[in-house]
Design a protein around this ligand. Sequence first.
Ligand code: S3P
Length: 209
Amino acid sequence: MSVRLAEHRKDDRQERFAGIREALGPKSIVLIGLMGAGKTAVGRRLANKLELAFIDADTEIEVAAGQSITEIFAEHGEAYFRRGERKVIARLLDAGPQVLATGGGAYMNADTRESIKALGISVWLKADLRVLMKRVGRRDNRPLLAAGDPETVMKRLMAERYPIYAEADITVESRDVPHEVIVAAVTDALAAKLGCNAQQAKTGCCKKV
Ligand code: S3P
């Protein structure tokens, strides 16, 4: 590819990202999906590309509680964690635009789902069992998986949660490929959903979500 063509494509991409930002207004891009789907890794890179802040809801919950998620589950139980999760995400959604990665159970709460629908555009990173197990196997910071055979727990969570995650505005398959590939798939899907190609971005006619 010639240098000029490469520069032209880069300009087009920048305009497209600007179009996505413009169409978002104050809304957040909210990543949902199971543990190991890549929400944090993809979210961080996506935010960087779109020049938006990246916020990880689990980290914010840990900061608010002054404890790690493992400690919160062990000392107070899951119901307490879920109450904190709902409050923290409601607060974070008021601070858009941003890329917000949520913990795997967050979207299962009906209030949180409503807030995300009102104040965000949701992106489900959908992964199959093999990809999820490969990724979660690298760390042992997930109390739900420590409560039984991790693969059995994951299968159960997939069965319970995938029909609800399917309500997301956008679904992107999170495959076993470099994160940048998934980020590109997410920006393509966002641009398609929001009507932001380079030309539309120039004329400022992207749909507001
Ligand atoms: C959970 C997922 C975790 C964390 C907590 C519960 C879940 O976040 O919120 O351990 O219910 O699926 P990640 O999805 O970021 O691992």
